[in-house]
Ligand binder design. Structure first.
Ligand code: AMP
Ligand code: MG
Length: 313
């Protein structure tokens, strides 16, 4: 797709694109997704091509409701209990149902499938209008910062991908991914719902996958979510750097953004990618990032920051 894209103005127009096997980016409460009909192998392949995403990295399947999700995966009683938190920023990895109609490439050939019901009115309307599950990874070139506005999607793909504009995303980081095993829950990726909150709402413990088990979520590549600038974490800014602050910030003359002057982790998560985009646009070589507490949503924020700072190929 190299032609300039014409953005859909309504859910109906966006649904028509998707039903015709085309890609269309759309808003969710976490980040913008690059959507395709998950039952259409060619459409799903176009996601991998457009993002430059490795084929072994399976996609999250977005459903309009639990009924749509139950047609795709086996829900144990435990899975059903966790799914009671839907709609929400929580993705469940479950055994795939045989013959569920999903394109094999969407699941990257695995016998499990990652599913969620997003908590975003426009996204739910769109999936319902398409009438099929949508594969939708973040709408950015693979490895780069995730987009939280329609404009960032347009910039990321040079205007070649149509975008349904629903305004800025309210959570701002990707969903939390939980694998439902026979008797326990394992977090594969920290995300927009804090693990402690999931535990509190379910009254169940959630284990954390070991780092080496990160291959269990093949998308958990070390370098990811990267801006152009290098990143220095848990750092005070030096001359010539940009500064991403959190809470009370030291005086600094350079380009600065504060994730949350009040040290609120929800606000910080919402601002994270947008502010990294902004600091990157200032063209600095290094972004220094203040320490973020490793509690609640800090787990997801620090995960994204570490990937953004990881050595790149
Ligand atoms: P994204 O859609 O880019 O936010 O990322 C999707 C994430 O879900 C990646 O980290 C994938 O590896 C992970 N994922 C998708 N399907 C599975 C699965 N069947 N098992 C484990 N992780 C999965
Ligand atoms: Mg992504």
């Amino acid at each position: 797709m190299t032609e300039p894209a014409v953005d859909p103005r309504t859910v109906t127009e966006a649904a028509a694109l998707l039903r015709a096997g085309r890609l269309c980016a759309f808003p969710t409460e976490t980040v913008y997704g690059l959507g395709a009909d998950a039952t259409d192998a060619d459409a799903v392949l176009a996601i991998y091509e457009t993002k430059g995403r490795p084929r072994f990295n399976p996609l999250i399947i977005h459903c309009a409701d639990l009924a749509m999700a139950e047609a795709l995966a086996e829900f144990s009683p435990l899975a059903r209990r966790v799914a009671s938190l839907w709609p929400g920023s929580l993705t469940l990895v479950l055994p795939a149902k045989k013959g569920n109609g999903l394109a094999d490439v969407a699941m990257a050939g695995l016998d499990s499938v990652a599913i969620r019901v997003p908590d975003h009115a426009l996204a739910l309307e769109l999936i319902a209008a398409v009438g099929r599950p949508l594969a939708a990874p973040s709408a950015n070139p693979s490895g780069r910062l995730s987009p939280t506005t329609a404009e960032q999607v347009r910039q990321g793909f040079g205007g070649t991908v149509p975008v349904l504009d629903g305004g800025p995303c309210r959570a701002g980081v990707e969903s939390t991914i939980i694998r439902v095993e026979s008797e326990r829950l394992v977090q594969l990726r920290a995300g927009a719902v804090a693990r402690a909150e999931i535990e509190r709402r379910l009254g169940l413990a959630v284990a954390v996958a070991e780092k080496s088990a990160a291959v269990a979520a093949p998308g958990m590549l070390a370098s990811h979510y990267a801006p152009n600038a290098q990143m220095r974490l848990n750092a005070a800014p030096r001359d010539g750097e940009a500064y991403l602050a959190f809470g009370a910030a030291p005086d600094f003359d350079g380009v600065t953004r504060n994730l949350s002057p009040a040290a609120d982790l929800h606000e910080a998560a919402r601002n994270l990618f947008a502010m990294l985009h902004e600091l990157d646009a200032a063209g600095v070589g290094v972004i220094a990032v203040a320490p973020i507490p490793e509690e609640g949503l800090g787990e997801a924020i620090n995960d994204r920051l570490q990937r953004a700072a990881a050595p790149r190929d």
